[in-house]
Design a protein around this ligand. Structure first.
Ligand SMILES: O=C(O)C(=O)C[C@@H](O)[C@H](O)[C@H](O)COP(=O)(O)O
Length: 372
């Protein structure tokens, strides 16, 4: 049976690109579907810098390397240790040096194979080396498939702030093969569910209704169910990014729902202790508590969100949540405007608003809600 493949377009004028979603097509070498779509997307290419997570070195990264080599493309392969601590200045410097030593030039293409850490890091290496190389994303975790590989946010962390250095740099193509999820550890898979559920809360009420029935089933990883949920998530992200590519009008900031709290949890816990999606789940709960305290929404919203996050087995509480440590980190949030924090808060399922002038005591109470 022929493996299915579907395309979603990210419409950004001359920077538009396709997201291909399939199951099992990357391994089928005859004909090489990946190489064919790659060449259509990037045009002429004789050298690829293949930056991949160590966890996929012997699986999808190897398949891609073989297929590109068969197409007479020279490969420089760079392996990145799994985990958030790799999104660092020192790791980026090491990539730049390898690029220099391997004769990477402006016609080279960077291909990122891995989760959000590898995609963000490789994307920023592509954006910065010789002031910009073409770039292809091959996300291999649920979180990177539904979120970080789409939309062009690239970057690294500083010890005091997540994603503090980076750039907007769109890929030429995103290639999603759900086969990679079959070997993804459950904890990482579940972490990705937070970003899937986020789309239902922020802008797609019908998808939220679908998740109310299907969130718990996704862990079974039925390929058709996965492709549907990943497709809906990517459509949602592509819609928002097309409206506000560089987060200038404020529309794109809705994708940051739960993230003001989440980034502070990740930084204060120590990167990698709480996975990004786990922190987003807890951060969404804090944001919903805050929205209720600000009388923006009915408490039933929190109940519905709690039910779907719980069905996906996501954490809802963080016992170490400490306002005294989190508030200074939150002051570096990229949504801060004229020194004031702004939050993305829901007013109903499927709709959020950007809210400034939030009293600090209400923010502290929202952080404390994570102890309940
Ligand atoms: O793509 C976006 O825009 C998002 O905000 C999506 C987030 O889920 C993602 O974690 C993003 O990297 C956070 O961006 P940041 O600007 O808050 O660092």
């Amino acid at each position: 049976m022929t493996a299915p493949i579907e395309a979603i377009e990210v419409s950004l004028g001359e920077r538009s690109y396709p997201i291909w979603i399939t199951t099992g097509l990357t391994d089928s070498a005859e004909p090489s579907h990946f190489a064919k779509h790659f060449q259509t997307a990037v045009g002429d290419c004789t050298h690829v810098v293949l930056i991949h997570d160590a966890a996929v070195a012997n699986t999808i990264a190897r398949s891609i390397e073989q297929q590109l080599a068969q197409a007479d493309i020279r490969i420089t392969s760079i392996t990145i240790a799994s985990g958030e601590t790799s999104k660092s200045v020192s790791q980026l410097e090491s990539i730049w040096n390898t690029m220099l030593e391997s004769g990477t030039d402006r016609r080279s293409v960077v291909v990122a194979v891995g989760g959000g850490v590898v995609g963000d890091l490789a994307g920023f290496a592509a954006a910065s080396f010789t002031r910009g190389l073409r770039f292809v994303q091959v996300p291999t975790t649920l979180l990177s498939m539904v979120d970080s590989s789409v939309g062009g946010k690239t970057g690294i962390n500083l010890p005091g702030g997540k994603n503090m250095v980076g750039s907007f740099w769109q890929p030429q193509m995103v290639w999603i093969d759900t086969q990679s999820l079959s070997t993804l550890p459950d904890r990482d898979f579940i972490s990705g569910m937070a970003e899937v559920i986020k789309y239902g809360v922020i802008e797609d009420a019908d998808f939220f209704t679908w998740l109310q029935t299907n969130a718990s089933r996704m862990i079974e990883k039925d390929p058709e169910t996965l492709r549907y949920a990943i497709g809906k998530s990517c459509e949602s992200k592509a819609r928002v990014v097309a409206e506000d590519e560089r987060e200038t009008s404020g529309r794109r900031a809705i994708l940051n729902y739960g993230h003001t709290f989440a980034h502070a949890i990740e930084a204060t816990a120590g990167y990698g202790v709480c996975l990004h999606g786990e922190a987003v789940s807890i951060g969404m709960q804090m944001a919903a508590h805050l929205a209720i305290a600000m009388e923006l929404c009915d408490p039933s919203l929190l109940e519905e969100q709690t039910a779907v996050l719980s069905a996906a087995k996501l954490p809802l509480v963080w016992k170490d949540a400490d306002p005294e440590r989190m508030l200074p980190v939150m002051s570096h949030d990229k949504k801060v405007s004229h020194g004031k924090l702004r939050f993305v808060l829901p007013d109903r399922i499927g709709h959020v608003a950007m809210v400034g002038d939030v009293p600090t005591d209400k923010v502290i109470a929202a952080i404390h809600s994570a102890h309940l």
